[in-house]
Write a protein that binds this ligand. Structure first.
Ligand SMILES: [Zn+2]
Length: 166
């Protein structure tokens, strides 16, 4: 599957707020199948990991994760540096700065809210930046899958009635 998105990290026009219809679409869903995300999925698959793509893992919550490991109860988000304000590459367009600042602030708040809700539902969340090297991101995901599965095993083998702290 060829990718024709040569620079997924930048919006089509970073200087102008998009038209209202486009704006609603952007708020409703994350960018999908960016190059870094596709590369990461390919690498994870090559390492023998199996997962779901673009799923809403938490019942009743309309939030989709990019990569979902059901048994490990682990959700992976591949965050674009611009849209999710990467500390290294995040930038603020000069034109319409107020609109963009508000938009990017809301993205950040939504990311934090998603993470909180997932964790409350017993899911672990791992965020990967699109600028990360594929192999290093895959290493982090692999380690998180192992940790999460171990945690699930510990949780399910706890004696009944025992209250587990967080
Ligand atoms: Zn970055």
């Amino acid at each position: 599957m060829a990718s024709d998105r040569s620079s997924p990290q930048l919006p089509v026009s970073p200087l102008l707020p998009p038209a209202p219809a486009k704006r609603r679409a952007m708020q409703a869903q994350r960018e999908r199948d960016t190059r870094p995300e596709v590369d990461l999925r390919r690498e994870l698959h090559r390492r023998g990991l199996r997962f779901f793509v673009h799923r809403r893992p938490v019942q009743g919550l309309r939030r989709e994760a990019d990569i979902v490991f059901v048994r490990a109860r682990l959700a992976i988000f591949v965050d674009g540096c611009f849209w999710h304000s990467c500390p290294q590459h995040g930038s603020m367009p000069r034109a319409n700065e107020t609109w963009w600042r508000d938009k990017l602030d809301r993205n950040r708040a939504r990311d934090a809210d998603t993470q909180r809700r997932f964790e409350e539902a017993g899911w672990s969340v791992l965020r990967v930046w699109e600028h990360e090297l594929t192999a290093e991101a895959a290493d982090r995901v692999e380690a998180a899958v192992r940790d999460s599965i171990a945690r699930q095993a510990t949780a399910s083998s706890s004696p009944p009635g025992r209250v587990r702290g967080k």
